[in-house]
Each structure stands twice: as C-alpha cells, then as structure tokens.
Design a protein around this ligand. Structure first.
Ligand SMILES: Cc1cc2nc3c(=O)[nH]c(=O)nc-3n(C[C@H](O)[C@H](O)[C@H](O)COP(=O)(O)O)c2cc1C
Length: 214
C-alpha cells in the first residue's frame, strides 16, 4: 500500500463509522417518536440511598449535574430521549437499595449474578399493553445487565414488542446483554444494541470544555 492511499482509506473507514452511528441514531429516534413507545431505564444512582454529602468527585462513577444533584448515566440518556420524543418513561427500581460504596455494590452485583437472582422491584409498568416498542437503557454490570433488569424483563409480557437495547459502560460495550435479552424475551423482536461509553454522558465536563451544552 502506498503512503498516499492511507489517508483515503482512513477517511473511508471514518465515514463508514459516522454513517453507521447516524443510522443507528435515526432508527432509535424513529422508534422513540411514538405514543406507543416506552423508555425503560435502570441506573445505580436511582437505586442507591446516597448520603447527602457523598463525595461525587472521589467516588467512582458518581457525578453531580449542573443543579448539584447526583445523576446516573442511564438516567441522562433516558431523559434526553424523553425530551426529544415525548415518549413515556419508566425507571426500574429495587426494593432493597444498593450500598453507597461502589466496591460493595460491585460485590453485591457479582453475588446476584452468580446466584442468577431476581431482585424484587418496587414498581411495575401500568398498561404495558399499550406499548409496541421498548427502549431499554441500562448500565453494563459484570458484562451484562444488572439483575433487576432481568427481573423486569421476566415479569412483563413483552411478546410481540420491539426491544431496542442501549447500554452505558466503561469498556465492555454491550457485553452479553443483547443475547441475554433475547433469551429472556424469545417472543420479542430484539434489535441490535447501541453501546455508549459512560464517560461521554457528562454534561458538566462539556460545560467545562466550553462545548456549549449546558
Ligand atoms: C456493579 C457494577 C458493575 C459494573 N460492571 C461493568 C462491566 O462489567 N463492564 C463495564 O464496561 N462497566 C461496568 N460498570 C460500569 C458501568 O456500566 C458504567 O459506569 C455505567 O455508565 C453506569 O451507569 P449509571 O450511572 O446509569 O449507573 C459497572 C458498574 C457497577 C456499579
């Protein structure tokens, strides 16, 4: 290969990736732009009783939004999609909250996964029948979804519905989550997932770097 061809090949690859990402975004927004779409999300912040003075700077994976509130990556994703589309939204929440400590949460999540546990949920979706499309947003925990998301998928009848998975993660992308969703929902149409790096879901950093999103 000549040196002259290399920039052309790199540009072609980058263009290809951009087209793929754009197409995925359009498909997801189209899926969300409907009264028959429900955005379902799970996030660590909404499932942990943090003390008021928890340190969002030194605590791994925790940050505050511009109003000073703790906010999870998946929550930001879910609310952004809701604002863009007007679709209904539902947060998966557990009865037994996770510990404030990141390390203890990681340990408990590991035990839940080894036990193939189904943690009890504190809320259910009303009128699931009216939805045809489910946008499912979750953090990757131990290379798949948190076990409460397994509980959710098993406890609802999602047969005949389209499921659009979106993960936020720290390097595992989707892990085995899409395969797991297919196993849990054999009668649903499970679409290719979209993984989003958790660190890129960060309003505060964007404000600091003057990208203008505040
Ligand atoms: C219990 C636990 C396990 C995790 N396991 C993984 C993992 O296996 N792979 C990965 O890429 N990220 C992992 N993460 C990081 C989260 O997926 C990531 O920080 C995510 O964006 C958090 O979303 P949230 O703020 O909505 O909870 C883990 C986080 C926690 C708390």
């Amino acid at each position: 290969m000549t040196k002259k061809k290399l920039p052309v090949i790199i540009s072609g690859v980058l263009l290809g990736i951009s087209i793929l990402v754009f197409t995925a975004a359009v498909i997801y927004l189209h899926a969300a732009n409907s009264e028959k779409t429900l955005i379902v999300y799970f996030t660590r912040v909404g499932n942990t009783d943090f003390s008021e003075n928890v340190d969002a700077v030194s605590s791994a994976s925790l940050r505050r939004n511009l109003s000073g509130e703790l906010e999870g990556n998946c929550e930001v994703m879910a609310n952004t999609l809701k604002k863009a589309t007007g679709a209904d939204i539902f947060a998966i929440t557990v009865d037994d909250k996770y510990p404030e400590s990141y390390e203890e949460t990681v340990s408990r999540a590991s035990e839940e996964q080894s036990d193939n546990a189904r943690p009890d949920l504190s809320a259910t979706v009303e009128n699931m029948d009216k939805y045809e499309k489910i946008i499912l947003i979750y953090p990757v925990w131990w290379s798949t979804m948190p076990m409460p998301v397994f509980t959710f998928l098993e406890s609802c009848d999602l047969s005949g519905k389209d499921i659009y998975p979106i993960s936020t993660h720290k390097g595992s992308f989707l892990g085995s989550s899409v395969d797991d969703i297919e196993k849990l929902c054999p009668d649903s149409e499970v679409h290719a997932g979209v993984p989003i790096a958790g660190g890129s879901v960060d309003y505060k950093r964007r404000e600091d770097t003057s990208l203008g999103i505040v």
